[in-house]
Design a protein around this ligand. Structure first.
Ligand SMILES: C[S@@+](CC[C@H](N)C(=O)[O-])C[C@H]1O[C@@H](n2cnc3c(N)ncnc32)[C@H](O)[C@@H]1O
Ligand code: SF4
Ligand code: SF4
Length: 332
């Protein structure tokens, strides 16, 4: 993340809903309380942007938490509102699962746009990205590629490739296609959901269909290896990441759905109250840190994590009781 250790970054949800229903995204959990679908208004965005810039010295903004930012009909205007106060380092993550205006996106105030992808054919893509419309996504990627070529240097685009067992055979073809399109390619290992999923797996309360999906498709040894590296940690970088909901609430944690049901009022509360809120724990933090889930959540999820040694002395125990037989992570 493009940030110095003392500054804040922000994660801003422009719209808290998504049509794709990914198998491992908490938005597809019928048993987990979901945020109400909401759009951030331009007025809310103007107050949020001004406070982020002038009171928190934010130097990096990521659009998209657990929603699909491009569902927002004024997403480009939102980037302008943020740029107007000096927030120019803007990143957006999207599944490209809605109709887009590729030229408008390229001319927006985004610096970087990443497209989350898990297949290059409908058959493979829809295993994880369950309700994504592959033909639309492919057309969007091609339109974006043409628009980037028409306006070189305006918007950097990358494919964020989610590595699952079922799509490893497409990884090199996906890389080649990304490069043909003029995009960067960033492969990384798929997770099993946010903190909710890690906790539910640990307690044996994750719904059976999700458990079956994880066992069949996710590189569990990778997940466990990285979690083991972080067991027993005592701090979480989340307190320097200002997570903003479309209604202007500041959320405590981006990775925990319960956070969406509470929060502090970023539109009205004092800076001091907001900092206290972010720096205080939520009821899940102690277990989350102790078991290594926070560290896993903030890891790069790339092969570099596989090469990193386990901390010494060896952790007491893995933070996740999962190790599935035959789920070895590939070595690159
Ligand atoms: C929940 S998404 C929200 C933004 C947008 N809807 C998207 O999918 O890019 C936020 C980030 O989570 C990542 N993500 C989603 N599902 C994932 C999975 N199963 N494993 C790893 N990362 C995932 C996406 O690549 C994205 O960068
Ligand atoms: S596209 Fe993004 S927000 Fe939507 S379900 Fe998938 S991961 Fe979640
Ligand atoms: S410790 Fe866990 S629950 Fe607490 S803020 Fe960090 S990631 Fe969220």
């Amino acid at each position: 993340m493009a940030s110095s250790s003392t500054s804040y970054v922000a994660t801003v949800e422009s719209v808290s809903t998504c049509p794709v229903n990914c198998e491992m995204c908490p938005v597809s959990r019928a048993d987990v309380a979901q945020p109400k679908a909401q759009l951030m208004s331009l007025e809310t965005a103007a107050i949020v942007a001004t406070r982020l810039k002038h009171e928190f010295d934010v130097d990096f903004v990521a659009w998209g938490n657990w929603g699909e930012p491009l569902v927002h009909p004024q997403m480009v205007e939102l980037t302008r509102v943020f740029a107007r106060v000096g927030l120019r380092n803007q990143f957006l993550s999207t599944s490209l699962s809605v109709k887009i205006d590729a030229d408008a996106l390229v001319e927006s105030d985004l610096a970087q746009l990443d497209v989350s992808l898990s297949g290059i054919t409908a058959e493979v893509y829809n295993v994880g990205h369950k309700d994504g419309k592959w033909d639309l996504i492919r057309r969007n990627l091609e339109a974006l590629s043409d628009a980037v070529r028409r306006k070189p240097g305006r918007l950097a685009v990358a494919i964020r490739w989610h590595r699952y067992k079922h799509n490893e055979h497409q990884l090199e073809a996906a890389r080649a296609w990304a490069h043909e399109l003029g995009f960067d390619f960033k492969p990384y290992f798929a997770h099993i959901g946010g903190i909710d999923a890690l906790r539910d797996w640990d307690r044996g309360t994750l719904p059976q269909d999700k458990v079956d999906f994880v066992r069949e498709h996710v590189f569990l040894e990778f997940v466990e290896h990285v979690i083991a590296q972080h067991v027993g940690e005592t701090s979480c970088p989340m307190n320097r990441n200002l997570i903003v909901h479309p209604d202007g609430r500041l959320l405590h944690c981006c990775a925990l759905m319960a956070s969406h049901q509470s929060g502090a009022d970023l539109l009205r509360e004092s800076r001091e109250a907001l900092v206290r809120f972010k720096e205080g724990p939520n009821p899940y933090c102690a277990e989350c840190l102790a078991k290594g889930w926070a560290g896993f959540t903030h890891s790069s999820k790339t092969e570099a994590d596989l090469r990193a040694p386990l901390p010494a002395p060896a952790p007491r125990a893995s933070g996740l009781r999962i190790l599935a037989q035959g789920a070895a992570a590939p070595r690159g």
